[in-house]
Design a binder for this molecule. Structure first.
Ligand code: TXA
Ligand code: MG
Length: 315
């Protein structure tokens, strides 16, 4: 049986909380992408979640919270981390912080690390569900491991419908790109994953530059597998025009039959469209050519996802 797709209502939030408290899996909308939620404190539920996604066990999960109280029970905030959270939470930012002994997130969800990735999502349904549930929910993107992240309830149903209990439908995701992940090293913010909050925006707000991740001691970026957001089709990046047989993903003006991430060249709009358009071209073509995308603002995260989607293991 495939999971029902239900609208966001007080009754469906209550039903979702009940399923989660019994160790079940529920897909939820967030402002970034749809997440597959489980009780972070229940190792059996977390194991079921890894199994449903087909995710390698060593890849740790983000714990989602809905209040400062909940966040501070799980992790230690340095003054800089606190300033960062106050500037951008709730929102598309995940912070990797030292986990606290009193925290409830299971070791399995953290994949045994001493640190915990924490996020306070802005989406009203996600926040309402965490609030109703009363403790953190782990929620990786609601796709099978290696597939393109879902930005609509229907995408979740296609990928995971047979393996989960319920899909809460919040419509298309506003940001359309996973959260930006920051760690801290020697008092400096370090970018572990570019995402839906532009690195420049963080630097400007904190008044200090965000360092690139370069294997700093004590920080793991286990999610940095090269092939990750893989469509079935082969991707050719920085293409000025499609070749015969290729689907074309443009940035800027486009011709009928192609798709454009943003006809006006707006990177925020492009981020919101990226996964959905990749999915759509993937169903129609064996090969997809993609226009060059500027590397500024959300273009950093868009290019990161495109490079991963284009990567193929040698042989
Ligand atoms: O926008 C998002 O972040 C979405 C929505 C649903 O909230 N979630 C998401 O989760 O993208 P996921 O599991 O697909 O990606 C989580 C990333 C992984 O790359 C993982 O390796 C990294 O976070 N991560 C988790 N815990 C970590 C830790 N302690 N240290 C370093 N990286 C960590
Ligand atoms: Mg993912």
């Amino acid at each position: 049986m495939t999971a029902p797709i239900v609208p966001i209502l007080p009754e469906t939030i209550a039903l979702a909380a009940e399923i989660l408290s019994e160790g079940g899996l529920v897909a939820i909308p967030t402002e970034t992408v749809y997440g597959l939620a489980a009780d972070a404190a229940n190792p059996e539920a977390v194991a079921r979640l890894y199994e449903a996604k087909g995710r390698p066990r060593f890849n740790p999960l983000i714990a989602h919270v809905s209040s400062w109280e909940m966040a501070e029970r799980e992790a230690e905030f340095s003054p800089l981390a606190r300033a960062c959270a106050e500037a951008f939470w709730p929102g598309p930012l995940t912070l990797v912080l030292p986990a606290r002994a009193e925290g409830r997130v299971s070791d399995l969800a953290r994949a045994g690390l001493e640190t915990l990735a924490l996020r306070w999502p802005k989406h009203r349904a996600a926040a309402a569900l965490i609030e109703a549930f009363g403790r953190p929910l782990v929620a990786p993107s609601a796709n099978r491991s290696g597939h393109v992240s879902p930005t609509r309830a229907e995408h979740v149903a296609e990928d995971l419908g047979e393996r989960i209990s319920l899909i809460l439908d919040g419509g298309p995701c506003d940001v359309g790109m996973e959260s930006t992940i920051l760690g801290f090293h020697d008092g400096e913010p370090v970018l572990l994953r570019p995402g839906g909050l532009a690195t420049e925006t963080i630097s400007a707000r904190l008044g200090r530059s965000v360092q690139p991740y370069s294997g700093q001691a004590g920080i793991n970026a286990p999610g940095q597998m090269k092939s990750h957001y893989a469509p079935r089709a082969r991707l050719r990046l920085n293409a000025t025009a499609p070749e015969a047989g290729e689907g074309f993903l443009a940035f800027g003006p486009f011709v009928p039959g192609d798709l454009s991430l943003s006809t006006s060249g707006d990177l925020v709009e492009a981020a919101a469209n990226l996964f959905e358009m990749l999915r759509s071209l993937d169903t129609q073509f064996e090969r997809i050519a993609v226009s060059p995308i500027p590397g500024t603002g959300l273009g950093e995260a868009i290019n990161d996802r495109l490079e991963r989607a284009a990567y193929r293991e040698a042989g």
